[in-house]
Design a binder for this molecule. Structure first.
Ligand code: ADP
Length: 538
């Protein structure tokens, strides 16, 4: 089912934007601005109600938590509203669960573990594959849910469904490749074996920016290994998670293997951390909450994986191919309106190419169309909530006071609410707040550098270490710089690099562990060394 796409409100004419903007606007010539005006203006938006009604009739707008086989309210009956960030309308209420509900969910996962872990790898693989097939069969609907509750444009949301589902497909295959080991013994009457076994009940706490993919990247390998899970999606985007587990049930994954609670995040987090039955916590979100969970996990010595904030440098060298650099930087910076932890946060541009890059990049950013996620042609949706847009607005005020140039945008979009104009900033220095903090919005700060050594030093001058990007046509430089960057992921001449087959994760305070790829399985397995003695007896 595809929503008959209607359309939102137009990006204001560039001339209006420029004249109403009191900030310094440099480097963007009027000639290319007028040549690249946004396409046809948008005029209408789909109502939250109509999309929600379609999803309800498709059985995919689930509004309760899942504990075992039961779609459940909070024990105390509390609920909370979930909003469409584009319109501010309430989509529906969901239970506001707390520690008691979390205990129920843990018990459910714990009880489901023996049977699930004892299935053969082939059986688990087949069930995961069915889940994948159902996610793909319903990708339009799941995409609509993502757009509805998270705001990203429908095309990008459906892209997330493909990406999110790919983890289930990949780990359905990997389920069959959990090998142990036989090690040559040091004494001839012994045999040494290594078994790999599922760790047990895992807790997965996920953010709002990828409401599906951050869940499947965790529970795909967990289920493949034989673990069971309690999922706590973001309170801002619970519907995608609930629809995904509905499809898991339809695929035949037994009740209790996946449970979903949401509501009072700190209370749920504390209950998960304190419970000895939960053997692992996997978290994607802010560094501050990650540290809290890590400290909480210490009490019961749980295995921990964390995907935390980034501060991605994107380095464009003089010898870069300009088109490749512009396309790659645009993809990295503006995907999800800049709301990803791998978004280019600091765009370092070498002196010799700076002016050309700034002009070409601003020109490319200028044509990004802002609008409701269901509107035709929109590539930039709203920011997730008021706090997000206030953060971006404040950052802009700070850095303008420090003397940065606003090359493009630099203010709230005329659509209002949490829409922000795609923004390019010049003359940024490494001590400005945008260089130190994750912007998490559609703001691209350009910073000038002279030498390769200087670029590496600026890039590494942060506690974060998730993703970095470099653009160069010099193969030796690409190796040299890649090796020098203190990051878990490096894109060379490419700005969008996440895939289910490669290990995703950061170094320093960007996290612990890896997700995706064959390495992602290890996070959910324990090794057991078995020593067989007295093996010379006849
Ligand atoms: P973001 O700023 O991206 O929302 P958060 O770290 O605040 O990042 O949120 C990521 C996830 O962590 C969400 O599911 C949120 O509800 C959850 N969360 C927030 N605070 C806590 C907490 N104290 N304990 C457990 N989970 C939490």
């Amino acid at each position: 089912m595809r929503v008959a796409v209607a359309v939102g409100v137009s990006t204001p004419p560039v001339a209006t934007m420029r004249s109403s903007c009191t900030r310094r606007i440099v480097a963007v010539s009027y000639r290319f601005v007028s040549m690249h005006m946004a396409a046809a203006p948008l005029s209408r938006t789909l109502s939250t109600e109509s999309v929600a009604a379609r999803l309800t009739s498709a059985g995919l707008l689930r509004t309760k938590g899942l504990i075992g086989a039961n779609w459940t309210d909070a024990r105390d009956g509390k609920t909370m509203p979930v909003y469409n960030p584009s319109t501010g309308e309430v989509i529906a209420d969901v239970p506001f669960m707390g520690s008691k509900d979390t205990e129920d969910a843990i018990s459910s996962a714990y009880d489901a573990f023996p049977a699930w872990s004892k299935l053969t790898a082939t059986e688990r693989s087949q069930l995961l594959r069915k889940w994948y097939d159902l996610l793909m069969a319903n990708k339009e609907e799941i995409g609509q849910l993502i757009t509805l509750e998270q705001g990203k444009p429908l095309k990008e949301a459906i892209g997330e469904v493909n990406y999110g589902a790919s983890f289930i497909e990949y780990f359905a295959e990997e389920a069959k490749r959990i090998y142990g080991d036989i090690i040559p013994p040091t004494l001839n009457d012994r045999r040494i074996l290594v078994l790999k076994q599922p760790i047990g009940v895992i807790a997965a706490i996920t953010p709002w920016n990828f409401p599906l993919a951050m869940i499947t990247r965790k529970v795909g390998p967990a289920l493949a290994c034989g673990c069971t899970a309690v999922i706590k999606p973001s309170e801002l985007t619970p519907f995608t998670a609930l629809a995904a587990v509905e499809l898991a049930l339809q695929a035949g994954i037994p009740p209790g293997v996946l449970n979903v609670v949401m509501g009072d995040a700190p209370a749920i987090g504390d209950a998960l951390m304190a419970n000895t039955r939960v053997r692992k916590i996997t978290f994607t979100g802010s560094t501050a909450v990650g540290k809290k969970l890590m400290a909480g996990a210490a009490g019961t010595v749980k295995k921990v994986s964390l995907e935390l904030g980034g501060n991605a440098p994107c380095i464009i060298f003089d010898d870069a191919d300009l088109d490749v650099a512009v396309k790659g930087t645009l993809g990295s910076k503006f995907r999800n309106s800049g709301q990803t932890c791998v978004c280019a946060n600091r765009i370092l541009v070498q002196d010799g190419i700076y002016d050309k890059f700034a002009a070409a990049f601003s020109k490319a950013v200028q044509i990004l169309q802002v609008g409701d996620g269901f509107s035709e042609g929109a590539s930039q949706g709203p920011l997730i909530n008021d706090a997000a847009i206030e953060k971006v607005t404040l950052l802009l005020i700070y850095i303008e006071l420090k003397g940065a140039d606003v090359l493009l945008g630099g203010k709230r979009h005329s659509l209002g609410r949490t829409f922000y104009e795609p923004t390019v900033l010049g003359n940024i220095s490494s001590d400005m707040i945008v260089s130190r903090e994750e912007v998490f919005g559609p703001v691209a700060p350009l910073m000038r550098f002279k030498t390769e050594e200087e670029a590496i030093s600026i890039a590494n001058d942060t506690n974060a270490g998730l993703a970095a990007y470099i653009f160069t046509t010099n193969v030796q430089r690409s190796w040299r710089v890649t090796e020098a960057l203190e990051y878990g992921l490096v894109g060379v001449n490419e700005g969008v690099i996440s895939t289910e087959v490669a290990p995703f994760g950061g170094v320093k305070q960007s996290g612990l562990g890896r997700e995706g790829s064959k390495y992602g399985m290890d996070e959910y397995l324990e090794m057991k060394y078995v020593c067989l003695g007295d093996m010379n007896r006849k």
